[in-house]
Ligand binder design. Structure first.
Ligand code: HAM
Length: 421
C-alpha cells in the first residue's frame, strides 16, 4: 500500500531549506535587536485554553481546531496559533513578577482544519512575538516597525502595512449595535453562518466578502468615529510613532481580525504577490486576554507571520540564492588512497569547511561527475603522485581550472577562495 501525505500538509524538502534558514535566522537576529527572547510551548494544549482565549464564536474555534480526546479522557487541541499558549505560559510561570516587560518570540508548526489552497495549509508554520506588560502606543508602533524591519531584511519589497483600531471593550457595544442596525434590514436573507456572526460577533461582519453585507455596509461610518475619545487619541498616537520611524501604512477602517482577543490597534501586512491568501502577517493589541485566562490584568501586543506564505513570495521574487556552493568534494583516486581522503575531509571539516566524499567511486571521471551533482565549488583530487609529493590538485568546479598546491597550504587556500564565493 502506498502511503500519501495528509491533505493540507507538505514535506519541507532540502531544496527549500535556504528559504527557511534565511527567514529563521533573520527573524532571530531582528528580534534580538529589539530585546526579544525565545519561548517554546507544547504543540498541544488543553482545549479550553483556545475556546476561552481565541473566542467560542471565532471561525478557528467553531470549525478549524484539531481536537481529540486523549487516553486519559482529556480534550486536547493541536495549537492553531501561538498567542494563547504564550499567555498561558506567562501566567503559569509567574512572568508578571519579573521586572519590566516580557518580550517573547516563538516559531513552530500550527494546525487549522481549513480548506487547503495555495498559501493555506492544515499544518503551517508561524513566527511570532508577544510583548506583554505595557499599554502604551509606542509599544504598538515599535512592534509594527520591527515586523516591517524584519520583512525588509528578508528582502520582501512590495508589502503593505494595513492598520486600524477596533477600540477597547467599552467602545464595543456602540460599534456592535451600529453594525446590527445597518444589517437588520437584510438579516433574514443572510446565510445561517453570517446571521450567527451578526448576532454573536458583529465586528467580524465588517470585512465580510458577502455582496449583500458589503452593499449594506457601504455607508457604514468610519469605525474611528465610533470609538471613545481615549481610543481615538491612542490610535492617533500609534500612527504618529509609526511616522516617526518612517513606517509606511494604510489606515483601513474595515480591518478586523479573526481572533476575538484583540482590543485597540490591529494590523496586517499584505503582499500583492500572494493572490487570495494575501495576508502574510497579522497582529494587534490584546489587553484582556491574560486576565481572561486567569492571570492578572496585563496588557499585551503581538503579531505572527506565516513562513510558507513568506516563502511563496520569495520564490516569486527569485532573489534568494539556492545554490549550496560553499562545499568541497574530496576525490581520492584509487581505493588505497581513501584513508588519505578521510584525513583531508576531517582536517577541513574541523576548520569549518563542508566536505563531501563518495568511496563507491575510485576513478577520476565518475568522481568529478559526482562532485558536479553535489554542487561542490571545489574538488580536491589526490592520487599516488600527489601523495608522494605531499600535494593535492585543486579543481575549481565553476571555471574548470585546476592547479597543484602543497598539502600544508590546502586549508589556507580554501578558506581564502571560499570567502569570495
Ligand atoms: P492569524 O492572522 O490567524 O494571527 O495568523 C497569522 C499568520 O499566519 C497569517 O497572516 C498567515 O500568514 C499565517 N496563517 C494563518 N493560517 C494559515 C494557514 N492555514 N496556512 C498557512 N498560513 C497561515 C494569529 O495567529 C495571531 N496569534 C497573531 C498574533 C500574535 N496576534 C497577537 N500576537
Amino acid at each position: 500500500m502506498k502511503h500519501t501525505i495528509p491533505r493540507g500538509t507538505k514535506d519541507i524538502l532540502p531544496s527549500e531549506m535556504p528559504y527557511w534558514h534565511l527567514i529563521e535566522s533573520n527573524s532571530k537576529k531582528i528580534f534580538n535587536l529589539y530585546g526579544y527572547q525565545e519561548i517554546r510551548t507544547p504543540i498541544f494544549e488543553n482545549t479550553p485554553l483556545f475556546e476561552r482565549g481565541i473566542g467560542q464564536d471565532s471561525d478557528i474555534v467553531k470549525k478549524e481546531m484539531y481536537t481529540f480526546i486523549d487516553k486519559g479522557d482529556r480534550s486536547i487541541t493541536l495549537r492553531p496559533e501561538g498567542t494563547a499558549p504564550v499567555a498561558r505560559s506567562f501566567i503559569n510561570n509567574g512572568f508578571h513578577k519579573k521586572s519590566g516587560d516580557s518580550k517573547l518570540y516563538y516559531c513552530g508548526p500550527m494546525f487549522r482544519y481549513e480548506r487547503p489552497q495555495a498559501g493555506r495549509y492544515r499544518q503551517f508554520h508561524q513566527i511570532g512575538i508577544e510583548n506583554i506588560g505595557t499599554n502604551h502606543p509606542s509599544i504598538d508602533a515599535e512592534t509594527i516597525a520591527m515586523a516591517y524591519h524584519l520583512f525588509e531584511s528578508i528582502g520582501l519589497t512590495k508589502v503593505k502595512v494595513l492598520i486600524n483600531s477596533i477600540g477597547s471593550q467599552t467602545c464595543r457595544p456602540q460599534i456592535e449595535s451600529k453594525i446590527k442596525e445597518y444589517i437588520h434590514p437584510v438579516l433574514s436573507s443572510l446565510s445561517e453562518d453570517n446571521q450567527d456572526k451578526v448576532m454573536k460577533n458583529p465586528l467580524r461582519i465588517l470585512d465580510s466578502k458577502d455582496p449583500t453585507i458589503q452593499s449594506h455596509l457601504k455607508k457604514f461610518p468610519d469605525i474611528q468615529s465610533l470609538l471613545r475619545p481615549e481610543s481615538q487619541a491612542y490610535f492617533k498616537s500609534v500612527l504618529s510613532y509609526l511616522d516617526a520611524q518612517n513606517v509606511p501604512y494604510q489606515v483601513t477602517p474595515t480591518l478586523v481580525r479573526g481572533l476575538d482577543y484583540y482590543t485597540e490597534t490591529v494590523f496586517e501586512i499584505i503582499s500583492d504577490d500572494l493572490g487570495a491568501q494575501n495576508t502574510i502577517c497579522g497582529g494587534g493589541r490584546y489587553n484582556n486576554l491574560i486576565k481572561e485566562l486567569g492571570g492578572q490584568d496585563t496588557p499585551a501586543f503581538g503579531f505572527a507571520f506565516g513562513v510558507e506564505r513568506m516563502i511563496l513570495i520569495l520564490e516569486q521574487q527569485n532573489t534568494v540564492s539556492l545554490e549550496q556552493d560553499k562545499s568541497v568534494f574530496i576525490a581520492p583516486i584509487g581505493k588505497e588512497h581513501q584513508n588519505d581522503g578521510f584525513k583531508l575531509a576531517n582536517h577541513l571539516r574541523r576548520h569549518g569547511i563542508p566536505c563531501m566524499l563518495d568511496f563507491t567511486k575510485n576513478d577520476l571521471s565518475p568522481l568529478l561527475k559526482k562532485a558536479n551533482k553535489t554542487n561542490a565549488r571545489f574538488t580536491l583530487i589526490s592520487g599516488q603522485n600527489e601523495v608522494n609529493n605531499q600535494t593535492v590538485i585543486l579543481k575549481d568546479m565553476k571555471s574548470g581550472n585546476q592547479e597543484t598546491i602543497d598539502r600544508n597550504k590546502i586549508l589556507e587556500t580554501l578558506t581564502e577562495r571560499l570567502s569570495y564565493v
